[in-house]
Design a protein around this ligand. Structure first.
Ligand code: NAD
Length: 499
C-alpha cells in the first residue's frame, strides 16, 4: 500500500501523526494509498517554516516571481499526461476531463505572469507642494488554502498561483480524497525555481484545517468546498482577524425558453449535467423549460442522448463520457437522494439506479438520471446532489422560471437558452446569481475575469482569479512623502495647497 506524504520545506515529507485516511481508486473501489492526516503541531511547524521562507520571497521582485510562473507553465505542459493520469486515478474523471481540470488551472498560472503589471500600484505626483503620494500592494505574508476534491489541480492552482505571484507563502490543505496531484504540483513549483518552504502542502482534515484557522501567522484564508463548511471557515477565520474568501455549493438552473434551439439546449444540458459525473460546482442540476410543450420537447431530446452516454473507468480512454463518483459514501448519498425524489413524487424518466459496470462491480459508478415534474419543496431540488442527476422543474412563464433561480439559496451559476435578445438581456440583468450564461451552459469565466457566486455560494467579497485575486492576496499601503522643496518661507509647510 502506497503511503503518501506532505510536501514541506521543498521536499516530500512523511506524516508523523500516525493517522491516515484511505484514498480510493473510484473505478475499482479499492483503497490505493493512504494519506497522512497532519496533527496541529505538524501544521503549525509547516506554517512557521513558510513564514521564514516568505520574507525573502516577498522581497523578490515581481518579475522574478513571474518567471517562476512562466517556468511552471512549461513544466505542467511537459508533465500533462502524467498529471492527468494521477488525477483520474484518484478522482475518477475521464482523461479529457482531467486535462481540462489541469488546463483551467494552468490558465491562471499564465495570468499570473502579469504580476508585475498587476502589482504596479498608484502614484500621485505633487499631491501638495513637494508632496507625493503612492499606494503599493504588499503581500499578506502566509496564507492558507483549503480545497475541495472535485478539481484537485484547478482549485489549488487558482489560489496558489496568485498568492505566490503576489509574494506570499502558501500552506495548501488539499482534499484528503485526491491529494496526489497537489503534491506533484508542489514539486514542479520547486523545479520552476520557487524557493523551498514558500509553498507547503499539508494533508489532513478538520484538525489540520482548524490549526490554519487559529494560527496567528496565517493572514488570509481561501476555501472552496461545500456551503456548511464554507460558512464555518468564514466565521472562524474572520473571528480570528483573518481575511477570508469562502466559496460554497451550488444548484445551477438552466432556463429553456420556447424559442430556444432545442437540439442545442439538449446537447448543452447533457454535457453540463453529466460531465465529470455532475461533480462540478458549475454543473447544471436543474432544467427549467418554460411551458409544457417546451418541457415535452426537451425531455424527448434528452432521453436518447442520455442513453448514449458511456459510463466507465478513465482507463477506457475516449470510449467513456463519464466516470464514477469519488467515494462509496458519495454514491450512497446520491442514490439516497434519487430515492427520496421518487418517494416525494417526482417522475424518474431515466432510471439507472441498478447500474452496474461489468468488471467494475465494486467501483463507485452512478448512471445518469433524469427527473421530470420536480417541485421546489422536494429534497432533490433543495439540496446540492453533486452527482449525475438532472431535475426538471416545469415553469409556466419566463417570470416564474426567473423566480425559481432567484429564490434558490444558492447563486453560483445559471444559464438561459433563447433566441430572444430582450429576454436574455433581462435575465442577465435581473438574476441574483454570480455567473450567467446566455446559450452557454457552464459560464466559467476565463482567468482574467473573476469567478464567484452570490448568496450561499460565496462568503466574503473578493472572487477567485482575475484582478480580485491580486487584491485578495495583497494589502494596500499608502505613503505620503514630503521633500524639502515643499517647505515654504519661514519653515512652514503649506498644507492649504493640498485642499
Ligand atoms: P467539503 O466541504 O467536504 O471539503 C472541502 C475541504 O474542507 C476539504 O479540504 C476538507 O478536508 C475540508 N473539510 C471538510 N469538513 C471539514 C470540517 N468539518 N472542518 C474543516 N474542514 C473541513 O467539499 P468537497 O466535497 O471536497 O467538494 C465539493 C463541494 O465543493 C461542492 O459543494 C461544490 O459545489 C463545492 N465547490 C465549490 C466551488 C466554487 O467555486 N463555489 C468550486 C468547486 C467545488
Amino acid at each position: 500500500m502506497q503511503e503518501l506524504t506532505h510536501f514541506i520545506g521543498g521536499d516530500y515529507a512523511n506524516g508523523t501523526s500516525g493517522r491516515f485516511a484511505d484514498v480510493y481508486n473510484p473505478a475499482t473501489g479499492e483503497v490505493q494509498s493512504k494519506v497522512p492526516l497532519a496533527s496541529p503541531d505538524e501544521m503549525n511547524a509547516a506554517i512557521a517554516q513558510a513564514a521564514e521562507a516568505q520574507v525573502a520571497w516577498g522581497a523578490t521582485n515581481p518579475q522574478r516571481r513571474a518567471r517562476v510562473m512562466m517556468a511552471m507553465v512549461g513544466l505542467m505542459n511537459r508533465d500533462m499526461d502524467k498529471l492527468a493520469e494521477a488525477l483520474s486515478r484518484e478522482h475518477g474523471k475521464t482523461i479529457p476531463d482531467a486535462k481540462g481540470d489541469l488546463q483551467r488551472g494552468l490558465e491562471v498560472i499564465e495570468y499570473c505572469i502579469g504580476a508585475p503589471q498587476m502589482l504596479k500600484g498608484e502614484y500621485t505626483d505633487s499631491a501638495g507642494p513637494g508632496i507625493d503620494m503612492y499606494s503599493m500592494r504588499q503581500p499578506l505574508g502566509v496564507v492558507g488554502a483549503i480545497m475541495p476534491f472535485n478539481f484537485p489541480a484547478m482549485m489549488p492552482l487558482w489560489h496558489v498561483g496568485p498568492a505566490l505571484a503576489c509574494g506570499n507563502a502558501v500552506v495548501l490543505k488539499p482534499s484528503e480524497r485526491d491529494p496526489s496531484v497537489p503534491l506533484m504540483l508542489a514539486e514542479l513549483f520547486v523545479e520552476a525555481g520557487l524557493p523551498k518552504g514558500v509553498f507547503q502542502v499539508v494533508n489532513g482534515e478538520k484538525e489540520a484545517v482548524d490549526a490554519i484557522l487559529d494560527s496567528e501567522i496565517i493572514q488570509g484564508v481561501s476555501f472552496v468546498g461545500s456551503t456548511p463548511i464554507a460558512q464555518y471557515i468564514y466565521s472562524r477565520a474572520t473571528a480570528n482577524g483573518k481575511r477570508a474568501q469562502c466559496f460554497g455549493g451550488a444548484k445551477n438552473h438552466m432556463i429553456v425558453m420556447p424559442d430556444a434551439d432545442m437540439d442545442q439546449a439538449a446537447d448543452a444540458l447533457v454535457g453540463a449535467s453529466f460531465g465529470a459525473a455532475g461533480e462540478r460546482c458549475m454543473a447544471i442540476s436543474v432544467a427549467v423549460p418554460v411551458g409544457d410543450a417546451t418541457a415535452d420537447a426537451l425531455i424527448e431530446k434528452l432521453v436518447p442522448r442520455m442513453e448514449k452516454l458511456k459510463v466507465g473507468p478513465y482507463t477506457a480512454g475516449d470510449d467513456v463520457d463519464m466516470g464514477p463518483v469519488v467515494t462509496g459514501a458519495a454514491k450512497e448519498r446520491i442514490l439516497g437522494l434519487i430515492n427520496s425524489g421518487v418517494e416525494q413524487g417526482a417522475e424518474l424518466v431515466v432510471d439507472n439506479r441498478d447500474f452496474k459496470l461489468q468488471g467494475y462491480e465494486d467501483g463507485f459508478f452512478v448512471g445518469p438520471h433524469l427527473f421530470d415534474k420536480v417541485t421546489p419543496d422536494m429534497d432533490i431540488y433543495k439540496q446540492e446532489i453533486f452527482g449525475p442527476v438532472l431535475s426538471t422543474v416545469r415553469a409556466g412563464s419566463y417570470e416564474e422560471a426567473l423566480g425559481l433561480a432567484m429564490d434558490h439559496e444558492y447563486g453560483n451559476g445559471t444559464a438561459i437558452f433563447t433566441r430572444d435578445g430582450d429576454t436574455a438581456r433581462d435575465f442577465a440583468s435581473r438574476v441574483n446569481i454570480g455567473m450567467v450564461g446566455i446559450n452557454v451552459p457552464i459560464p466559467v469565466p476565463l482567468a482574467y475575469h473573476t469567478f464567484g457566486g452570490w448568496k450561499k455560494s460565496m462568503f466574503g467579497d473578493l472572487n477567485q482569479h482575475g484582478p480580485d485575486s491580486f487584491k485578495f492576496y495583497t494589502r494596500t499601503k499608502t505613503v505620503t512623502a514630503r521633500w524639502p522643496s515643499g517647505i515654504k518661507e519661514g519653515g512652514e509647510f503649506n498644507f492649504k495647497a493640498m485642499d
